[in-house]
Design a protein around this ligand. Structure first.
Ligand code: PLP
Length: 479
């Protein structure tokens, strides 16, 4: 039956008897072809489900004969199955202006790391196998030397994420004993990671010292006693304490710890391996500087400023790392081979620091020149204007990006992008929401942000290699 014939006969209401049987549908040519693709049992199940839905409607006279054609029913089922097969985890365009966006997956891996992951997925690897001796190996060996070389630490280990690193370190080094932390550093990172809660789950007792804005060396000294296990500092990742403030430096805390024969630990959060100021980015203490200042244990994330896969890195004194590795939680929190495969090439890039802005995706995005993004905005302005239509106006505009993931929360990077406003008068909120929803429904969803009565698309994370596909999608959206 042709499309026209279907339309012409569409006015006839179907009776239950008009519904084709499952056997008849499965025997049709269209079904045989579709079954090759999805398998006969899955097709039969989907068809049966559809027929079950149609029957009660046919009884009420709500179904047309034309839609009961085997071809039409199969087309409907094919569409449903295709929808089911859409992956739930999909690539999007991150035009939010936040480079390390936790909800959008944080750091993007450089090509070397992507290739290494693909290889690790498809071939056996020496994950825990020493190729020198032929004996059983330790998966940490794959990256420990490199991490020590890059941070100046004696030893290193790696777990699933930095939250796990903090949990493990506390449990291994301070179970049933006290850990002294400044009140100004009792942070909540988001995603319900709170230092006091992690501390409790790790079995350690939190001893708070100082006040929210001021903590002095004597506050730490006075809190130490027979039950003390460790002094810990935490990076105030996603907020800043400014004004009348005093915090005790890593060097000072470490010195106090050493005098009392206790270890000092620093949770650096983002944790960078290079001085970012050489590329005009804000100052952030490096892991090496923190180790050199005297910290015995430093923990940091793999997928924040480091630019690698999700991981929690722990570096520091060899005897403490040994204790951490022997803790049963280490086994529960260990990383898989995909993480290690991705981590090694990312760390290796740091051996050539001056090449990082070109090779490390995160740093390349963070250091994109504003003029380059301005040219890109000018190229894309008309394309987006044509796509959104006359109900909106699209302008190019300077804006600010954020690094994200709690790194350097108050610093903003000069960026460029597109600003979409509602053209008509009034009700602009609803129109902008509609535009935001539309862009999010595209095959590769575009994520921006609504603020100041406009929809903002920051182009920092739209690399030029992605621009053609981005433009193509907008062209097709118009159609
Ligand atoms: C981000 C962060 C964490 C948590 O790290 P994940 O890798 O997300 O688990 C812990 N501490 C600080 C200070 C952070 O900034």
């Amino acid at each position: 039956m042709t499309v026209r014939q279907v339309v012409e006969s569409a006015d006839v209401t179907a009776k239950v008897g008009d519904i084709p049987s499952l056997e008849r549908l499965l025997g049709s040519e269209a079904a045989l072809i579709l079954a090759v693709e999805v398998g006969r049992s899955r097709l039969a199940k989907a068809l049966r489900q559809l027929l079950d839905e149609i029957r009660p409607k046919a009884l009420k006279g709500e179904v047309l004969v034309s839609t009961m054609e085997p071809g039409a029913l199969l087309a409907q089922v094919q569409k449903r199955l295709a929808q089911q097969d859409q992956p739930r985890l999909r690539a999007v365009y991150n035009l939010t202006g936040t480079v390390l966006h936790t909800n959008l997956g944080r750091a993007l891996l450089p090509d070397q790391a992507v290739q290494a992951v693909v290889q690790a997925l498809s071939a056996p690897a020496n994950l825990e196998f020493d190729l020198q001796t032929g004996h059983r190996g330790d998966r940490d060996d794959l990256i420990e030397e490199l991490l020590c070389e890059l941070t100046g630490a004696e030893a290193a280990t790696v777990v699933n994420n930095n939250a796990a690193a903090v949990l493990l370190k506390l449990n291994a080094l301070a179970n049933r004993r006290e850990v002294v932390v400044s009140r100004g550093e009792l942070v909540e990172i988001g995603g319900s990671f709170r230092i006091p809660d992690i501390m409790q789950r790790a079995g350690a007792r939190l001893v708070e010292v100082g006040t929210t804005n001021r903590t002095h060396p004597a506050d730490y000294e006075n809190a130490l006693g027979a039950r003390s296990a460790m002094l810990m500092k935490v990076h105030c990742s996603n907020y800043a304490v400014t004004g009348f403030t005093r915090s005790v430096s890593v060097a000072e805390v470490s010195e106090i710890a050493r005098r009392h024969g206790l270890p000092s630990a620093v949770d650096l959060g983002s944790g960078t391996l290079v001085d970012l100021t050489q590329w005009g980015l804000p100052k952030e203490d490096t892991v090496r500087e923190t180790i050199e200042a005297g910290a015995d244990i430093v923990t940091f994330s793999g997928d924040k400023l480091l630019g690698g896969p999700q991981a929690g890195l722990i570096v520091g004194r060899a005897d403490l790392i040994r204790k951490i590795k022997k803790n049963p939680l280490k086994r529960a929190l260990r990383v898989g081979k995909l993480t290690l495969a991705a981590l090694e090439p990312v760390l290796a890039l740091y051996r050539s620091p001056e090449l990082l802005p070109e090779r490390l995706t995160t740093l390349r995005l963070l250091t994109r020149p504003q003029a380059q993004m301005q040219l890109q905005a000018e190229r894309l302005q008309e394309v987006l204007q044509a796509a959104v239509g006359e109900a909106y106006t699209v302008h190019t505009a300077a804006m600010f990006s954020q690094i994200g993931s709690g790194a350097l929360p108050v610093d903003q990077l000069p960026s460029y992008g597109l600003v979409v406003r509602h053209a008509g008068s009034g009700r602009s909120g609803r129109a902008l929401k509609k535009l935001e929803d539309g862009l999010r429904q595209l095959p590769r969803p575009v994520v921006g942000r609504i603020t100041h009565d406009a929809f903002w698309l920051d182009l920092r994370c739209l690399e030029e290699t992605d621009e053609a596909a981005f433009t193509q999608q907008l062209h097709e959206w118009v159609a």
